[in-house]
Write a protein that binds this ligand. Structure first.
Ligand SMILES: [Mn+2]
Length: 329
């Protein structure tokens, strides 16, 4: 297995035959793409986007279309979770069988099954709790070319991925996050996400493209916020107050922040009825364990999971409460 320096040199020499798969839903993923392009000269057209959970199937599908042989495949910021280890195994096995070099760069907890599978990678950085994926790639890349623009981008990615507050950057980060959310709902998202990556690589955070996408996100969101907040459920589970909302067209970060603002809960829960996913944010109270009950993943204070499908929202909320009772004692 390569060390960081060996990996950096190898990637730099082989950029043209490198394919990257990065997390499409947040700035950490998009910044990872930007840094892979910036430091190692990976062509933007070789960068693809995907997400963790059951929709990892889309990554597998894309790999099956690309049929890479003897290429370098870099995954960045794609979290794994126990419910998708079968799919993860398929991805890694098929890439290995075709003589590809695999680099896996992530920071989320792995779990034993995923670790076993990912140990077959040629380069693996994972589970660095205090770093986001961009921090890791920046750390590897800055030895090649240390310029201020990537340091700035890394700072933004770090603040946003760890949900930190920063007066100077909160507004621009919220705009980027909203723009990414809007773009993810579009059919031509691949082209648009590449454009996002290009803009953040150039530190053009106030570009018209980002502003416009954010405006569209805001319009869709405005229509949903009132409805979502109007039907919140607040539950007290032992000492923990949990507020549960549901809706669509709101990013999980925004939805949970709004729920928290209104209720001052310890844990906010947002059920996205469109993507059939559930999202948790803890305010001084951990929320990774409840996501794990759902087979999900994340961080101590920000986590999420796939839902098997929502047949009845009342039933889904009831299940959240009964699962929460087992976690928050
Ligand atoms: Mn991340």
């Amino acid at each position: 297995m390569h060390n960081a320096k060996g990996f950096a040199d190898f990637l730099l020499r082989n950029a043209e035959r490198t394919y990257c798969f990065v997390h499409e839903q947040d700035l950490d993923g998009i910044a990872s793409a930007a840094m892979l392009a910036h430091f190692f000269n990976v062509p933007l057209s070789n960068i693809f986007f995907g997400r963790p959970g059951k929709r990892m199937a889309e990554i597998l599908k894309r790999i099956n279309e690309l049929k890479p042989k003897g290429k370098i495949i870099v995954f960045a910021d794609i979290a794994t979770n126990p419910s998708v280890t079968g799919m993860l195994n398929k991805i890694i096995s098929s890439l290995k069988a075709n003589g590809n070099y695999i680099a896996w760069i992530d920071h989320h907890p792995l779990g034993n099954e995923s670790r076993k599978i990912l140990n077959r990678c040629d380069f693996l950085v994972a589970e660095d709790k205090d770093k986001c994926a961009s921090d890791i790639i920046y750390g590897i890349g800055k030895g090649i070319r240390n310029d201020k623009s990537m340091a700035r981008l890394d700072l933004l990615a770090h603040i946003s991925d760890f949900n930190l507050k920063d007066k100077k950057y909160d507004k621009v980060i919220a705009e980027i996050a909203g723009a990414i959310h809007y773009i993810n709902g579009r059919k031509d998202k691949e082209k648009l996400l590449r454009k996002m990556a290009m803009l953040v690589e150039a530190n053009r955070y106030n570009d018209k493209f980002i502003k416009n996408a954010y405006k569209k996100y805001s319009m869709l969101r405005e229509a949903e916020i009132g409805k979502m907040l109007g039907r919140l459920q607040l539950h007290k589970i032992n000492k923990t107050s949990i507020a549960i909302g549901y809706g669509k067209n709101i990013s999980s970060g925004d939805a949970c922040a709004l729920i928290h603002e209104k209720t001052n809960c310890d844990v906010s829960v947002f059920i996205n009825t469109e993507s059939s996913t559930i999202h948790f944010r803890g305010y001084g109270t951990e929320c990774l364990n409840i996501a794990k009950v759902y087979g999900g993943n994340g961080h101590e204070y920000a986590s999420g999971a796939d839902l098997p499908g929502i047949k009845s929202i009342r039933q889904t909320i009831k299940e959240v409460v009964s699962k929460a009772k087992k976690v928050y004692r």
